[in-house]
Ligand binder design. Structure first.
Ligand SMILES: Nc1ncnc2c1ncn2[C@@H]1O[C@H](COP(=O)(O)OP(=O)(O)OP(=O)(O)O)[C@@H](O)[C@H]1O
Length: 417
């Protein structure tokens, strides 16, 4: 192995977890980056006790794709590695083809990994991909706040996706491949100037005169990731100090909240809202700003299906009855994205919000110390017009209530993004 290959190998190894999973998957499209990844990981596997598995997704979108997958098969076999071809047949011609193909690819790969007992899959994204991603996102976002590159590691449907080549350039990988006499295919869509990525690629080369290149941009992305991690840890600690969680409601200490830096306040509030309302997307910036002000000033408010209910030196953030009024589920099923009520089998029992009707039947709500408005949006077990049980103080008759995920688990994962 020459010096160049040794450097690449060291760079790759440094970005992989210190303890490699015993079974590591490699997603290889047949393009230069992922073919190089397969060869480099094969080298890693010589020195460490791990088993490598290779997979190629045939999206069935280009006539050459099937042949390319077979070529990867042959290349993997030459290294003594098992290889599987996964087929995507699910596209209904809706949505953006690239986005749909990417999602389908990751899901197929995750399913493959689970079937084979593989814990993590390595992907061939390079420093160039990272630089392009960063510029594309910078172009779309309103500034540096909230900007990030691709993460070096992320979860996808129960499998860890690793990107160990974010510090290596495409050019270096091609030099390496040429050096070992390996071949690869060039994906024609990588040249198509209609795609944003190609425009971003041109933008990256345009920065050369300023002394900025793919590697330096990929380092910027790494620094941003560190800054986000630091902010996340700060927000998590702050949430612990200023927010008290009672089942699905959060009681925020106004003075403590006001004393936090604005960006931390924003993150704590967003965490609460996403938790309480199970939001899949963040609320509008203006609404968040208003809510932050209302909390500090101790005023009532509502946003994203949640209510702000002032109480002395605190403000409760809770679910709004109006937003859950129509939700009905069976016992054991998830209600309002996070509650699961389990209990004895009762025919005709259903889970609905407590509402004013239910609160009247459950005078023990007063013992909870939580506002009436908050409790009216919590679930209860109903049969016809009668409440059989509700997770208030004295939730009984063999019933139990769980929220899923648990708050600390949710908050940790929410803030790590
Ligand atoms: N058809 C495929 N089969 C297996 N792995 C693939 C396939 N296509 C892409 N990959 C994996 O994903 C990595 C990144 O490829 P590519 O840049 O095309 O992916 P992407 O995740 O769709 O990102 P983007 O479209 O934003 O560039 C590849 O290096 C490879 O590891």
């Amino acid at each position: 192995m020459n010096r160049h290959s040794e450097n690449l190998l060291a760079e790759l190894r440094a970005r992989l977890p210190e303890r490699l999973p015993p079974k590591l998957g490699v997603a290889v499209s047949g393009g230069g980056d992922s073919v190089a990844l397969m060869h480099l990981l094969h080298q890693v596997a010589q020195n460490e006790e791990i088993a490598l598995f290779v997979a190629t997704v045939d999206h069935g979108l280009r006539p050459d794709a099937a042949q390319e997958a077979v070529t990867v098969s042959r290349q993997a076999a030459a290294l003594g590695l098992p290889h599987d071809i996964l087929h995507w047949a699910g596209w209904d011609r809706s949505g953006n083809v690239q986005d749909e193909a990417r999602k389908a690819r990751y899901s197929l790969l995750a399913g493959w990994a689970q079937q084979r007992g593989i814990d993590a899959i390595a992907l061939g994204h390079t420093a160039d991909d990272q630089a392009e991603t960063l510029l594309m996102r910078l172009g779309r976002s309103s500034g540096v706040t909230g900007l990030s590159g691709m993460s070096a590691s992320r979860q996808w449907e129960g499998v860890t996706l690793l990107r160990p080549m974010l510090g290596i350039t495409r050019k270096d990988l091609r030099t390496y491949l040429t050096g070992i006499g390996a071949t690869w295919v060039e994906d024609p869509s990588n040249q198509d100037p209609r795609f944003d990525r190609i425009k971003a690629r041109e933008a990256v080369s345009g920065l050369k005169p300023l002394g900025i290149d793919a590697l330096s941009l990929s380092r910027v992305a790494e620094n941003l990731a560190q800054a986000h991690a630091a902010l996340g840890a700060f927000a998590q600690e702050s949430a612990r100090n200023v927010a008290q969680v009672e089942q699905s409601d959060v009681k925020v200490d106004r003075a403590g909240f006001a004393a936090l830096p604005k960006e931390i306040r924003r993150r704590v509030l967003l965490g609460c809202l996403v938790w309480i309302a199970g939001l899949g997307y963040p609320p509008r910036q203006a609404a968040v700003e208003q809510a932050m002000k209302a909390i500090i000033e101790g005023r009532a408010g509502s946003l994203s299906g949640c209510l702000l209910v002032p109480e002395g030196m605190s403000v409760w953030i809770c679910r709004e009855f109006k937003a859950v009024e129509a939700r009905i589920s069976a016992p054991d099923e998830v209600w309002d994205s996070k509650w699961v009520l389990t209990g004895p089998e009762i025919s005709g029992a259903e889970i609905r919000a407590l509402g004013e009707d239910g609160l009247r039947q459950m005078p023990e709500w007063r013992e909870t110390g939580r506002p009436r408005l908050a409790l009216s949006a919590t679930p209860a077990v109903w049969k016809g017009g009668a409440v059989l049980a509700a997770p208030l103080a004295g939730f009984a008759n063999g019933w139990r209530a769980d929220t899923t995920p648990e708050w600390p688990e949710f908050y940790a994962s929410f803030l790590s993004h």
